[in-house]
Design a protein around this ligand. Sequence first.
Ligand SMILES: [Zn+2]
Length: 167
Amino acid sequence: MDIMAHSLWSLALLPGPPSVAKVALGIAPDVTVFAASLTVQAIKGRFQPNFKTRKEMMQWYEQEDKHWVLNLYKWTHSLIIWSLVIVPIIVYSIIYVNLFPWFLLAAPLHILMDIPTHDHKSFPVEFLTPLSHYKLNGFHWSKPLVFGGNYIVLFFVEFFRVFVLKR
Ligand SMILES: [Zn+2]
């Protein structure tokens, strides 16, 4: 999904008031990868071309010197890796601070939403990295029906949260 959708879903679904932390964790799996890629390109003085198609973009990332980006993407989109990072923090918070840090769930939420909205052709989500290469051939988020449908559902969920649940 796109960055805006990830941010809005984090705010819509996670309990508690809106926060920067929810948005930050909600976009972290993507931002870490693309920020790292842009930084490396800037250092090398070679900037990303304007891709006309997704295929063109993937061919660019599949070049040997950029393959690490696809690899990093697998790791930042792994439910296993995120569990190893956030479960100890959640357990610590519950035991010692008596608080559930909901914002941490924004990252796994991002992955759960990416799994069915990415296909094998464009940044497939290998969410069981490093234990398995399994990936779902989903419906890409850029397809008009998925993209539009997502924002319509998001609108109703947000409406329900604000006007019915009043939270
Ligand atoms: Zn993602």
